[in-house]
Ligand binder design. Structure first.
Ligand SMILES: [Ca+2]
Ligand SMILES: [Ca+2]
Length: 149
């Protein structure tokens, strides 16, 4: 069964998020942001990143809230997301490897990234992404999350 592998992969992703977090404070140092983006599957030019960081951390504190950062990454860097990295992320999240993300699997995304999202919100999110209405999110549907938001 690929279950063990899946758990390892999931842990690896979790570790990546935790690794870039400053001592579990929910913040990330601006100097780590570039490496973190690569882990998440974004290939953002330095110039674009510098401008974005300036906007998100105007007082130059050197620390950014993880939440704020992730929201910004999704909003600003969608055109820099690389398909193969999105696929990798999708594979990690698709714990039973059936090629679809269920609300339960989406829930783990929220848990891993530290978002406090209610089940209603998760279901809502799945409903928005679930274009063909089969109750689960395919890779194509998942990709729109990165392209659209
Ligand atoms: Ca699945
Ligand atoms: Ca679907």
């Amino acid at each position: 069964m690929p279950t063990d592998l899946t758990k390892d992969q999931l842990d690896a992703f979790k570790i990546a998020v935790e690794q870039y977090q400053e001592n579990g404070t929910g913040t990330i140092a601006t100097k780590d942001v570039a490496a973190f983006l690569v882990t998440l599957g974004y290939d953002v030019p330095d110039e674009v990143l510098t401008n974005a960081l300036h906007e998100i951390d105007p007082d130059n504190s050197g620390l950014i809230e993880m939440h704020t950062f992730l929201s910004m990454a999704i909003a600003k860097f969608q055109s820099y997301a690389r398909v193969e990295q999105i696929q990798k992320l999708f594979d990690i999240l698709d714990t039973n490897k059936d090629g679809y993300l269920t609300p339960q699997e989406m829930r783990r995304v929220a848990e891993i990234t530290g978002f406090d999202i209610s089940d209603e919100k998760i279901n809502e999110m799945v409903q928005i992404l679930d274009v063909d209405g089969d109750g689960k999110v395919s890779f194509e549907e998942f990709s729109t999350l990165f392209k659209r938001m």
